[in-house]
Design a protein around this ligand. Structure first.
Ligand SMILES: Nc1nc2c(ncn2[C@@H]2O[C@H](COP(=O)(O)OP(=O)(O)OP(=O)(O)O)[C@@H](O)[C@H]2O)c(=O)[nH]1
Ligand SMILES: [Mg+2]
Length: 695
């Protein structure tokens, strides 16, 4: 039996790295009786951090699912990673839920990824609550954290809890709605009591703010409040609930996840205040038959639409696809169609997931989240639907990779194994890209950050048994000319019988940046016969591809064939190709050849106090600062920087900003390499070539 849609709550748990999301999910599961023992991140025993990499590093890397029953409701938790390299999962996770729990550290307050996930939640228009966690730590400060959130996060934040006790003495909270204190004893059990005297003033102040926020959700209520100076309790509660459900009010709660403090309140909030899938508007998408935008109702009897939002590979079962049902009911042992690709997919066993454990179910109705094994072709972000009602949900967007490394097998002959492993990994993780670069002859793996790429390498080893070396990528320099030159390329050979004869006169000129290559045939009167002109062009093109100055491809150059001569017997295709290539090599070097390098657009986000250092460092990397936006405590610095200077940027930025800075980067254009740098590049290439020739 599918679960009644109104009883479902799908909640995404998001926040900066290491703030206690996984621990909070564990506490919620334990409080609700879904797990017998409270697992710990530090000994690798939580429900949602089960992957070997997660246990080793003690951080979440993949989105994981868990669920529990609470007060007659079925709660699905989507525990997402908080580290920058894996934050794309948080966005994909938020795509399939109706509400978010944003976890914030009580010591650090709002951090870079907090702001990012906050924006993601805005993108999907999600109601949310903030859980201020780790209140038991030294220097934890609820009020300072609350203040920084109110300043930096857009939305009407309202405290519904105030902490009782501080740091090691943290033992519970005052519920500002019921105006009771809930404190936890040494046995971990909560007791309800009166508000401690020393908190009375603060409680009064924050309770007032709460009532005010509730009143502001409705114009009539607000005028009543302003006239009478208060609101009746039921009225206030109703407005507060509605405000939270619609995202107009963001309640802020207190927690200490590792001691399970606050979990009951969070569960209650989810059940009472957060919307069910039925409360959201109809599901928008594209009707593929009518080829137009359309919506569908979350009807259990309707046609099926489901979205795959995460792909995992399990060493035993193989590929696992996590999906959310939007409309219709998915039944075990039936077929669905991949909306975009048109192929059939077998929904063999469908299950709920509790961390790594699966529980087979017969059906999954609208709003439910489940997993299916061994889909053939469906990738993360794609829609599964009924064959007769092709309907595609909007795809999930993933960030473009920011960093690339070249990889090399440690064992010769492992190349095939590498491509198979990479194909599988990229299927699991849409932020991993890879390709063979014919210019540098390297296999490049790109990811969001260096930790991300290192993990790809570890996975290749652990799961696919291939060992590779990570090298910084070769920069894809290009060659061009700044000046104009002309001259002869002649190839003549007389060895016994038939000889070889080709003679060309070539002119080399620069073209504007991005102009590519142009070959001009300017022969009059048959100095080079028509049938040999293509041979000349081929000789020129091959030579340009191989590079002349330092072995990089030649671009933005015009080559004109303006004269030549031939021999009736000895001239051939090959002879003209060689002549043209020899001519170009000579003339090119006389036309003021230069190297071009890729320039990247870089965007750095960092705490404002580090902006000066970040700018100074980018300047020292030959960067050009294009702008800076101080957005509260976080600054965004935009710059154009040569790719060659950005290879080691991540670790520098990390140490410069205490891990709080992040950056993204994309290719923009090519520019001339300064002469002193070019000399070094050319020297290195020569040395490499000589080394290769010796072997
Ligand atoms: N003192 C204290 N430590 C906590 C609390 N909650 C979590 N921790 C610890 O904080 C660390 C990180 O906790 P996680 O639950 O892994 O945090 P997370 O947000 O899931 O981390 P990522 O998923 O990697 O972003 C672990 O060492 C936890 O034991 C808390 O309330 N108090
Ligand atoms: Mg986690």
């Amino acid at each position: 039996m599918a679960i009644e849609i109104g009883k479902i709550r799908n909640v995404g748990i998001v926040g900066h790295g290491g703030v206690g999301k996984t621990s909070l999910v564990e506490a919620l599961l334990h409080t609700a009786g879904a797990v017998n023992r409270l697992g710990k991140v530090d000994d690798g025993s939580t429900t949602t951090d089960f992957d070997a990499d997660e246990i080793k590093r003690k951080i979440s890397i993949n989105t994981a699912l868990a669920h529990c029953e609470w007060k007659g409701h079925h709660l699905n938790f989507v525990d997402t990673p908080g580290y920058g390299d894996f934050i794309a999962d948080a966005r994909a996770g938020l795509r399939v839920v109706e509400a978010a729990l944003v976890v914030v550290d009580a010591v650090a307050g709002v951090q870079v990824q907090t702001e990012k996930v906050w924006k993601f939640a805005n993108d999907f228009d999600l109601p949310r609550a903030v859980v201020v966690n780790r209140l038991d730590r030294e220097r934890a400060d609820f009020f300072r954290t609350f203040e920084s959130m109110s300043r930096r996060l857009k939305g009407r934040l309202v405290a519904v809890h105030l902490p009782v006790g501080e740091e090691h003495g943290f033992k519970g909270f005052v519920d500002l709605v019921t105006q009771k204190a809930v404190t936890y004893g040494a046995d971990g059990k909560p007791t309800e009591g009166a508000i401690p005297d020393e908190l009375a003033d603060r409680v009064k102040e924050y309770r007032e703010k709460l009532v005010e926020a509730a009143a502001e959700t409705d114009d009539d209520l607000l005028s009543k409040y302003l006239e009478e100076g208060s609101l009746a309790e039921p009225e206030m509660l109703k407005a507060l609930r509605a405000g939270i459900g619609q995202g107009k009010i963001v309640p802020v709660l207190c927690a200490n996840a590792t001691k399970e403090i606050g979990s009951t309140a969070v569960l209650d909030l989810i059940v009472h205040e957060f919307p069910s899938p039925a409360d959201r508007a109809d599901v928008p998408g594209t009707d593929l038959k009518a080829k137009q935008a359309a919506t569908r109702q979350a009807d259990p009897k309707g046609a099926v639409t489901a979205l795959v939002f995460k792909t995992l590979s399990d060493p035993h079962v193989g590929k696992l696809s996590l999906f959310r049902v939007y409309t219709g009911t998915v039944k075990a042992d039936t077929n669905l169609t991949n909306a975009a690709r048109g192929g059939k997919e077998r929904m063999g066993h469908i299950s709920w997931m509790q961390g790594k454990n699966v529980k087979a179910v017969e059906t999954l109705g609208p709003g439910e989240i489940g997993v299916v094994a061994k889909l053939k072709e469906t990738l993360t972000g794609e829609t599964l639907c009924d064959e007769t009602h092709l309907f595609e949900l909007p795809r999930i967007e993933f960030p473009e990779p920011a960093i690339s490394f070249a990889i090399q097998p440690k064992t010769r002959g492992d190349e095939d194994k590498i491509s198979t492993a990479l194909a599988r990994i990229a299927e699991e993780d849409p932020t991993v890209h890879y390709h063979f670069d014919p210019e540098t002859k390297q296999l490049l793996v790109s990811g969001v950050g260096s930790m991300h790429v290192e993990m790809v390498v570890e996975r290749m080893k652990r799961k696919y048994n291939v060992d590779v070396l990570l090298l910084p990528p070769r920069i894809p320099y290009k060659e061009t000319v700044k000046g104009r030159a002309e001259g002869q390329g002649k190839y003549k050979k007389q060895t016994g019988g038939r000889g070889q004869y080709g003679d060309t006169w070539l002119r080399v000129e620069p073209m504007p940046r991005g102009g590519g290559f142009e070959f001009v045939d300017d022969i009059f009167g048959g100095a080079v016969p028509r049938n040999f002109i293509p041979s000349v062009e081929k000789g020129v093109r091959d030579c340009m591809k191989k590079g002349i100055l330092a072995g990089y491809p030649v671009v933005d150059t015009k080559v004109t064939l303006y004269d030549g001569s031939y021999h009736d017997v000895d001239s051939s295709d090959m002879a003209f190709q060689i002549a043209a290539s020899m001519g170009l090599q000579k003339v090119f070097m006389e036309a003021h050849p230069i190297l071009l390098e890729p320039i990247m657009n870089v965007e750095v986000t960092c705490p404002s106090e580090h902006a000066g250092d970040v700018i100074g460092d980018l300047n020292s990397r030959r960067g050009r600062i294009n702008g800076m936006e101080p957005a509260g405590e976080v600054a965004v610095v935009r710059a154009s920087v040569p790719m060659a200077e950005m290879l080691t940027y991540e670790s520098t930025l990390r140490s410069m900003t205490g891990g709080r800075g992040g950056y993204s980067m994309e290719f923009n254009h090519y520019e001339e390499v300064p002469a002193f740098m070019a000399e070094k590049v050319i020297k290195d290439v020569k040395a490499e070539k000589e080394k290769a020739e010796k072997h």
